[in-house]
Write a protein that binds this ligand. Sequence first.
Ligand SMILES: Nc1ncnc2c1ncn2[C@@H]1O[C@H](COP(=O)(O)OP(=O)(O)OP(=O)(O)O)[C@@H](O)[C@H]1O
Ligand SMILES: [Mg+2]
Length: 245
Amino acid sequence: MTRIVCIANQKGGVGKTTTAGNLAVGTAKSGNQSLLVDLDPQCNSTTAFGVSPGEAHPLVQQQPLHESIVQTTNKRLDLLPGSRSFNDTSQLEQSDLMSVHDHLEGGVSSYDFVFIDCPPSLGRLTEAALTASTEVLMPIQCEYFAMEGLTQMIQVIRRVMREESNSLEFGGILLTMYDPALQLTHEVDEEVRDFFGDIVFDTVIPRDVAVSEAPSHGLAAIDYAPRSVGARAYIELCMEVLDRE
Ligand SMILES: Nc1ncnc2c1ncn2[C@@H]1O[C@H](COP(=O)(O)OP(=O)(O)OP(=O)(O)O)[C@@H](O)[C@H]1O
Ligand SMILES: [Mg+2]
């Protein structure tokens, strides 16, 4: 069965796009057929792979996905580009989120993994992504406001989970921009693990300049600087994600 992993956090700049891209590349490199879906109107996952955003989002507009899916330089990784169209978001206000679920499910059965990069909001796009996914992975940045707003995010996740015919599960919480030299990092680490328990990944993603440089070369960190600490952490995370099946 296809694992559809929604990468979501309403907070901006916590590493959603970076995590989605590296997991997509990492799972593909380990022999899986993977698809990265860019659902963020910022289209960072799209341009990071050197692809141009589309006119409208095929997932929202119910267009056949195969017509829009593009291949990447990684043999087993495909990309469903994002769209900057404002119509998409307003259209979603009216349409039934379950139809997005059905549309995605129907178009991705040949993949082992689908990773959905969400916008930094709790709006309809994120809700649609959650509804369409089998699991949600939430990156949390190790900073003072890390836990702020998480309650609302979790409320939305729980609401989607309660809906009948929904198979969404908690895929995990990921600590990003981890800096062991900072006391604050350890405080956030402890607080998050106390609160969420086992669903927090053992792997943490360190702050690493190689990770932030990679997109400007059209690559994920795993491909750009495979020996860097950031890339190694993402490879380790891939193994944890694969193990959690
Ligand atoms: N481990 C890391 N070390 C250093 N820089 C990082 C790391 N992870 C992400 N970054 C950088 O931090 C910035 C934010 O990361 P990213 O775009 O992945 O976050 P995001 O949650 O997708 O943001 P948005 O909410 O705007 O979509 C980017 O410039 C990215 O390159
Ligand atoms: Mg992003």
